[in-house]
Design a protein around this ligand. Structure first.
Ligand code: SER
Length: 318
């Protein structure tokens, strides 16, 4: 029986993943954790076990792993790209030293470790179109540096110590429950809120900037399906390219207009986040994930737009 610890459980992914995991594995078998309790997450915190865990303290991770007989850790505690550029030292500390502690606990206590990587693990010298699974990775952000190093460290713990490490390179994730915490792709979330509330949105990412994206239900499947995949079939176990769609702001505008015809998109480009976006791929080749563990996303751009707008209308009481 799987006994799962989720770190960073109150973030954009965790706040939805925990509910889904509790449905699949039973609520007592999924321990949610965060560095502190955050307002607005009462339902999650009360829906099963919750513990305060700072991944920069190995003992705090070990204590919870022992208390609940945890055998799987999904490590979602991390700083994202834009915030990481503002606080590079802290980004390294949380993303790398935190991951190192998680891997050490995995090695000592015999846990599977799921650690997501990102499209940020690529850089300006990476082939940008149909970016191959195995290619040049020379990112120019601290977040990207921690993601490449994290992929390698997870590989190392697997080959050297036999820890069952797994992960995908997530693209921009779009969801309506919890806002992302300071990424470059966040415009693709904010746009839906403003479309419904104001009928217009000002994008900090410029026209023509294409990036890979995914709707949260597919991202949750990417975590659970890879976690449950047959270990023997995984060649690229720590860093699978996964994508569901690739679009630029004007493509998102066109999709929203199908549902809100008067919607208007303006641009006020943020040079820092634009510079990051310009170093990331336009579209990923995710055939390795499809072949090795059956990756098959369900939502394309219009299906996502329809669902986001329907769900947000209810959430925002519009
Ligand atoms: N969504 C993330 C970011 O923009 C990419 O991993 O930082």
């Amino acid at each position: 029986m799987r006994k799962i610890l989720v770190t960073g459980a109150l973030g954009q992914i965790g706040s939805e993943l925990v509910f889904k995991l509790r449905e699949v594995y039973g609520k007592e078998n999924v321990v949610a954790s965060g560095r502190r309790i955050k307002e607005g997450h009462e339902e999650l915190i009360e829906s099963g076990p919750f513990e305060i865990v700072n991944i920069q303290e190995e003992k705090q991770i070990t204590d919870v792993v022992k208390k609940y007989n945890i055998n799987t850790i999904i490590n979602l505690a991390a700083l994202l790209s834009a915030v990481g550029e503002k606080m590079p030292v802290r980004c390294w500390d949380v993303n790398m030293n935190g991951l190192y502690n998680i891997l050490e606990v995995g090695r000592k206590e015999g846990c599977m470790i799921y650690n997501p990587s990102s499209i940020a693990a690529f850089g300006p010298s990476t082939p940008p179109d149909n970016t191959p699974q195995d290619t040049i990775q020379r990112p120019t952000t601290m977040y990207g540096v921690t993601k490449v190093a994290g992929e390698l460290l997870c590989d190392y713990y697997h080959t050297k110590f036999g820890v069952d490490t797994r992960g995908v390179r997530f693209p921009g994730l779009i969801s309506y429950q919890t806002l992302p915490g300071g990424g470059t792709t966040d415009y693709a979330v904010h746009i839906y809120y403003d479309a419904l509330k104001n009928g217009e949105y000002t994008s900090f990412i410029g026209k023509g900037t294409q990036m890979d994206m995914m709707y949260m239900p597919d991202a949750l499947d990417a975590i659970i399906d890879l976690m449950e995949a047959d270990s023997d079939k995984l060649i690229h176990r720590n860093a699978f390219n996964v994508s569901a769609m690739s679009f630029a702001p004007e493509d998102l505008e066109a999709s929203i207009k199908k549902f809100i015809p008067d919607f208007k998109l303006h641009y006020d480009v943020d040079p820092e986040r634009q510079a990051i976006a310009d170093t990331w791929p336009n579209s990923l080749d995710d055939s390795a994930a499809r072949e090795e563990w059956g990756w098959d996303p369900k939502y394309d751009l219009d299906a996502m737009t329809k669902d986001m707008l329907d769900k947000l209308k209810v959430k925002l009481d519009l």
